[in-house]
Design a protein around this ligand. Sequence first.
Ligand code: SF4
Length: 430
Amino acid sequence: QEGQKAMVSQNRNVQFFKKPTYLLPVIHAQAATWLRDLGYDVLWDDGNSQEKNFDDWYQDLIAWEPDVVVLESTTPVMKFYWSLVDRIKSHIPKSIIVMTGYHSMRKPEETLLESSTDVVLKSNHIDFVLKKLIPYIDEHENWRSTCPIEGLTIRRDEKEFYDTGNFRQIESLDLSPDVDRSLVNWKNYAYENGNFLQTPGTYATSVIRDCMFGKCTFCRYNGPDLTFSMRSVNKSLDEYQRLIEENGAKEIFDDSGVWYRGAEARAFARGIIDRGLHKKGCYFGFNTRFGYLDEETVSLLSRANFRFILVGLEACDQETLDRLDKGYSVEDVENNLRLFSKYRLYPHLTIMVGYYWQTRQQLEKTISTVRQFMFSGLARTLQVTLCTPLDFTPYHQECIDKNALQTDNYNDFDMSCLIVNTPIPHDEYY
Ligand code: SF4
């Protein structure tokens, strides 16, 4: 879209922003840190966050002549990436292109057929796979035929691809390093982010990989190949302490799909208080689900200086919540919001509209309920997006199966307009 930038990097979703918003792709940042620690020369090259235009970014990349380029895919930028990959290959044919991300991991062969991409990485554990793959390529000339590392589809030649099976997470998440803030130029992400109440802000190395719920039909954290793993509370507390004391962070947000709950959440809050980090003028925030935090936990989080709590509301009619498999009721939402506001947390609601089944009555129920939450002070801020099927999630597949999709051109999946048939005329949404 003219004047908009695609933020492919939002850890589990894509959004197009007119106002600059730079979100650190945490798992890629861990992968870059890990490879650098292994002795590789790594360039973190996020053109958007460096505010480069495409031509400058491209010229710099080609001049650097990387042996390997790692890109992150999602549906609306696939066609752009396929032509970009072919262009990079025409300028630096020896460069090995690894495509990561949720779109290509669901359809690896498509990307190999549509472009000269060498490897599709089919897991969200990009750090764990790359830290094995890069040394393997380095040490084995015939890596395309012999690579035993799980979670890859590898090009052998123009038409022959070799699939190494699904990646299985058996190693502890704690093995992956904390993000090296200098390597990823953390200040480029520290100011332009509407979710920060104070700056400089930063994203913590996520404590949860994938989602412990993992059922919501529109979400990329849904699928048989996705696992669930957790970092230890103390490792994360150590990172928070460094971010505050060494980097001067004033806000730390953990962008895990759903942050700790129960015992871990309470242990984390107590750890912040015991280390005195709640008195350093730094706010903390995270994503959670309705129904996951009880009163004892919420009150501890508040004492520990947690403020910004992002919760996916999606809709306020029960049929939609059930069809999305959200696993809670509108009553749960209200009860949770009361708890958050009682303890001075700042709930931020994310709402979607334009489901292919959405009736006017359902839409109006969502609008009136959200209005009531906002005007009664139960929620502090909100964002609304057009529900766009992406990355072959169950909702995306459902739209295909029910012939609800109006286009199969990936460029149209950029969330700028509805691309599914809806009972309500589209122009009423805009
Ligand atoms: S709870 Fe959130 S992160 Fe988990 S599957 Fe649902 S939408 Fe995705």
